[in-house]
Write a protein that binds this ligand. Structure first.
Ligand SMILES: [Zn+2]
Length: 453
C-alpha cells in the first residue's frame, strides 16, 4: 500500500491535466451510428496513447470502424492485464434536451457534461492515465498491458467477433477488465461478472400484394393475424418459451451465484413503484425475482408494425406485418443453434411462410466469482472505495464479452467505470463526477500495482 502513495500523490498533483485529457477526448465526436468523427477520434486516441508511451496499432476494418490496439510490455512481469473499451458513442439526440452542447464539454458543479463522458470515454481515459502515472513516476509497469478499443460497440460490435477470432494470440492476457458501471447510489463500486446473450430476430408475414379494403377480409388472408398466431406459438402466459429444446443448454445459477444474489442490494418495492407495477410477472418476490431477472432466458416482443393506427378511421387489410423479438440468452445457450430450432419449430407448425431474419446473435458469458482475477479486482475495489463492492454474477443486459471469455477462455470482469447512478448514459446530459473520474484513475493504478505486491 505504501508503494501507492507516490503514485497517488502524482495523481493529485496532476488532476487538472487528466481532466483536460478527458475534455479533449469528449470534445471529439465519434458517433458510430452516424459515422461521425470516427477517423478523427481514432487519430486522437492514437496520439494520446503514444504520448503516454503505449504502442498503438490501428486495425482497419472492412465496412466498419477501426479497432485501436495498445500494448505496453512490463520489464519485470510475465503476467498481462487486458482492457476492453470503446471510443464510439451513442448519437446525442434529442439535442434540445441537453443543458450544454454534447460535444463541447462543460464542467459544472464538479461534473463534466458531454456525450461519451461516462460511456465510455471516461472509463477509457482513466485507464490510459493510469498507465501514464506509472510511466512518469516509475518508468515501467508491474504487469504487461493490452488495450482492445473498438469503435462499434454502440452499433452492436458487428466486427469484434471476427477480429478476436483472427487475433487470438495478440489479445492473450490473464484477465480482462471490461468497461464498468462505476459506483452505485451509495458510492459502492459495482463489479459485474457476466452478461446475457441475445438472439434478435425479425419476423415478416405477407398477405395481398397491396393493402386492400377490409371488407375483403372473408376472402383475403390478413398478415397481421398470421403474425399474431405465430407469435403466440413462441411463449405462453406461463412465461415459458415453447420452442422445443430452448432450455436444453441452460446452466442454472450455482450456490455462489445465489449467495451474491442474496447480498445484492435490490429495492424491489422502489423498482415496482417506478414501473407502476403491483407485482412482477408470475408474482415472483425477493431473491427469486433477482434470480429470474438474471438467469432466465427471455422472449420479448420489442416491436410490431402493421396496418393503420393514425388519426381517424381507416379500415384497411394490410399487405404485410413485421415484428421484432429479442431473446435474451443465458450461459451456455448457443444462439446459432437456437435460431435453427426456432426456424424448424415454425416450419413444423405450419408457419414456414414466415420470413425470419436474424439481426444479432451474442452468447452469454460469465466468470465465476471465485476466479483469482475476480478476487483481485474486488479486493482492490474495496480498498480504494472503502466500501464493500456490489457484485453481480451477471448483468440482465447484453455485451460482447463472450468473445474474450468464451472464445479465448480469459476471465472478464466489468468494473472500474468512471460513471455513477446519475450518469445518464445514452441519454441527454450524460455526465461524470470529476471525483469519480480521479478515483477510477486511482483504482486502475492500484489494480496495476497489485501485480507487484
Ligand atoms: Zn459502453
Amino acid at each position: 500500500m505504501e508503494h501507492l502513495n507516490e503514485l497517488f500523490k502524482y495523481i493529485d498533483r496532476n488532476t487538472d491535466r487528466f481532466i483536460e485529457d478527458l475534455r479533449i477526448l469528449c470534445q471529439q465526436p465519434s458517433v458510430s451510428a452516424q459515422k461521425k468523427g470516427i477517423d478523427e477520434c481514432v487519430g486522437l486516441l492514437e496520439k494520446i496513447m503514444e504520448d503516454i508511451g503505449l504502442e498503438a496499432r490501428i486495425f482497419e476494418i472492412k465496412n466498419g470502424n477501426p479497432i485501436v490496439f495498445g500494448e505496453l510490455r512490463s520489464g519485470s512481469s510475465k503476467e498481462c492485464l487486458g482492457f476492453y473499451n470503446h471510443y464510439d458513442v451513442q448519437p446525442p439526440d434529442p439535442l434540445d434536451e441537453w443543458k450544454f452542447p454534447p460535444f463541447n464539454p462543460v464542467i459544472k458543479d464538479g461534473k463534466l457534461y458531454a456525450r461519451g463522458a461516462s460511456d465510455d470515454k471516461g472509463d477509457l481515459i482513466s485507464r490510459l492515465e493510469a498507465v501514464r502515472v506509472f510511466l512518469e513516476v516509475r518508468g515501467d509497469v508491474p504487469v504487461s498491458l493490452k488495450f482492445l478499443i473498438e469503435g462499434e460497440e454502440e452499433s452492436g460490435s458487428p466486427h469484434l467477433p471476427d477480429f478476436v477470432r483472427e487475433n487470438a494470440d495478440l489479445l492473450k492476457a490473464d484477465g480482462y477488465l471490461w468497461e464498468g458501471e462505476g459506483v452505485d447510489m451509495k458510492g459502492r463500486p459495482i463489479v459485474t461478472l457476466g452478461a446475457k446473450g441475445i438472439l434478435h430476430v425479425e419476423f415478416r408475414t405477407r398477405g395481398p400484394k397491396v393493402d386492400v379494403h377490409s371488407s375483403r377480409a372473408p376472402l383475403v388472408p390478413n398478415p397481421a393475424w398470421r403474425l399474431v398466431w405465430m407469435l403466440s406459438m413462441l411463449k405462453g402466459p406461463d412465461e415459458k418459451i415453447k420452442i422445443p429444446g430452448w432450455y436444453d443448454d441452460v446452466v442454472p445459477p450455482d450456490e455462489e451465484d445465489m449467495r451474491l444474489l442474496e447480498e445484492a442490494p435490490f429495492d424491489e418495492e422502489a423498482d415496482k413503484r417506478e414501473l407502476g407495477l403491483k407485482e412482477y410477472l408470475l408474482g415472483v418476490i425477493g431473491v427469486e425475482s433477482l434470480k429470474t431477472l438474471l438467469f432466465s432466458p427471455t422472449c420479448n416482443i420489442s416491436g410490431f408494425l402493421s396496418g393503420y393506427t393514425g388519426p381517424g378511421t381507416k379500415t384497411v387489410l394490410p399487405s404485410e406485418a413485421f415484428a421484432r423479438v429479442d431473446f435474451r440468452l443465458v450461459v451456455a445457450q448457443k444462439p446459432d443453434l437456437l435460431f435453427r430450432k426456432l426456424k424448424n419449430y415454425l416450419r413444423e407448425n405450419g408457419f414456414g411462410d414466415v420470413t425470419v431474419i436474424k439481426h444479432s446473435a451474442y452468447e452469454a458469458a460469465k466468470t465465476p466469482v471465485n476466479d483469482p482475477f475476480v478476487t483481485r479486482v474486488v479486493k482492490i475495489a474495496k480498498r480504494i472505495y472503502g466500501l464493500k463492492p456490489v457484485i453481480w454474477p451477471t448483468a440482465a443486459g447484453t455485451g460482447p464479452l463472450y468473445v474474450i471469455r468464451n472464445w479465448l477462455g480469459i476471465p472478464v470482469v466489468s468494473a472500474g467505470g468512471a460513471g455513477y447512478s446519475g450518469s445518464r448514459i445514452h441519454a441527454p446530459n450524460e455526465n461524470i463526477r470529476l471525483k469519480d473520474y480521479i478515483r477510477s484513475i486511482k483504482y486502475m493504478v492500484a489494480l496495476i500495482n497489485s501485480y507487484e505486491e
